[in-house]
Design a protein around this ligand. Structure first.
Ligand code: CA
Length: 142
């Protein structure tokens, strides 16, 4: 409840661009969100997309449904599942939509970053810092 109120308040009081810039801020993740000139063609509007390669390359997992989901739910091409595979992320959901990313360590879910869209172009991380790179295994899509 608090989280939802907090997000709403922030959306109203801080420019969405600033929110996007701060989302992965501090020392948690060294990489700043970047707005691609255009969204990767592999990431349709209204989707959150996880990539196995940097710069939105490799295998892609597109997520649409607003839910908190463990990536063990999704089979990875060639075997296994999508846990610990993500190396870049593109959030192409509707404007103002926030996604959160987590790494599970010893049974504890650690937040490693967020991405909030601010227009229909979307926003992404073309690379991830060492705290998130190939470590994400749980996502709050929106
Ligand atoms: Ca992990």
């Amino acid at each position: 409840m608090f989280d939802r109120m907090s997000r709403t308040l922030r959306r109203r009081t801080v420019s969405a661009v600033a929110v996007a810039a701060l989302a992965f801020g501090g020392s948690i993740v060294a990489t700043s969100p970047s707005q691609a000139a255009s969204a990767p063609s592999s990431c349709p509007y209204k989707y959150l997309c996880l990539y196995s390669g940097q710069n939105y390359t490799g295998n892609v997992k597109t997520l649409y449904t607003c839910e908190s989901v463990g990536l063990e739910k999704y089979a990875y091409p060639g075997g296994g599942d999508w846990r610990d595979k993500t190396r870049s992320i593109y959030n192409h959901q509707t404007s103002g939509t926030k996604s959160d990313f987590y790494d599970t360590q010893n049974g504890s879910r650690m937040w490693v970053g967020s991405l909030t869209t601010y227009d229909t172009v979307g926003v992404g991380f073309s690379t991830l810092s060492s705290t998130a790179d190939k470590k994400i295994d749980f996502v709050r899509v929106c």
